[in-house]
Design a protein around this ligand. Sequence first.
Ligand SMILES: [Ca+2]
Ligand SMILES: [Ca+2]
Ligand SMILES: [Ca+2]
Length: 355
Amino acid sequence: MKNPQNVVNYLVIILLLMIILPSTAIYAKTLQELEQEALNKEQKILKEVKKASKKKASKKKASKKKVYKQRKTKSWRAKARKILLAKEIQQTQKQVAFQQQELAGEMVFIKGSCFQLGSPATEKGRDDDEKQHLVCMNDFEIARHEITKAKFSLFVSATNYLTESEKTDGCNGWDGRSWKKSKQYSWRNPGFSQTDYDPVTCVSWNDAIAYTEWLSTQTGQKYRLPTEAEWEYAARAKTITSYPWGDDIETNRGNCYKKSCEDHYPYTAPVGSFNAYNGLYDMHGNVWEWTCSEYEYNYNDKDQQCLTKNHLHHSIVVRGGSWLDLQEKLRSASRDGWDASDRGLNLGFRIVRNL
Ligand SMILES: [Ca+2]
Ligand SMILES: [Ca+2]
Ligand SMILES: [Ca+2]
């Protein structure tokens, strides 16, 4: 080199190049790195977004599941409540039915049809007031038993009811030798010993009606006395003989007077002590039973009707005979008329329920 200035210039240039070139290399590398970093960052963000959305989706799914579960739980609870309620209702219905049965006693369903009411002229021991005639019946329910002292006492305890015997001059009771009307006799004491399951006696027609009215209020069902036709139709059990078991009284079929039935009961017997016919006990004997029908010698369709409380000046039909009657009075067709306020030691009642 001839010009030292040029040498210096060259040196300066070389020096500059030495400074600039590496920094350019570093710069270029940094850019690459930056690009990579940006890429990494972007990927990371993408990943995070993906993760977040996945989390959100799973959260949403979980919340959906929760709602579903809640709904399911709710519907299950509603179902359980429904089942419980149905069970409670069923139980209440059973209790009500049980209470009704406890109060009223068992009832027997009788399928209606047509029959000859009354007795044929050839029937042994018949009365003239039993003229045969055709009657058609609807279905009904009648008590399996005569109303017992136990059942009647429930009514008296609940209402403090005083029977006509207790309110007025007593009942036609039994003093050991004969009938005797006395204030000392009533359904509580007819003059002879009775169990709680013997039929109630010394109750007038009015007392029996009061009992059926109370029973109807207590149970929400319509109880009443049977019509004369219902009584005989139930007693006959589709037979045309004097008694449902045949034309003879036979032995130990029902409770009647002294030896004529050979029943071994000197007074009333606990209800259900003899065989049932048509599912009904003591239709023949034990105590006479009040009906709700007016007594007419020739029936005149009164046998299918009920008297109301306001018709007390008529005689009312009683049926079935009693422990104080001879066998003829126990026949299916036998009938008698008593006044509504009459009461006696051999007269009680059974009930019917409207369907
Ligand atoms: Ca007897
Ligand atoms: Ca009877
Ligand atoms: Ca008669």
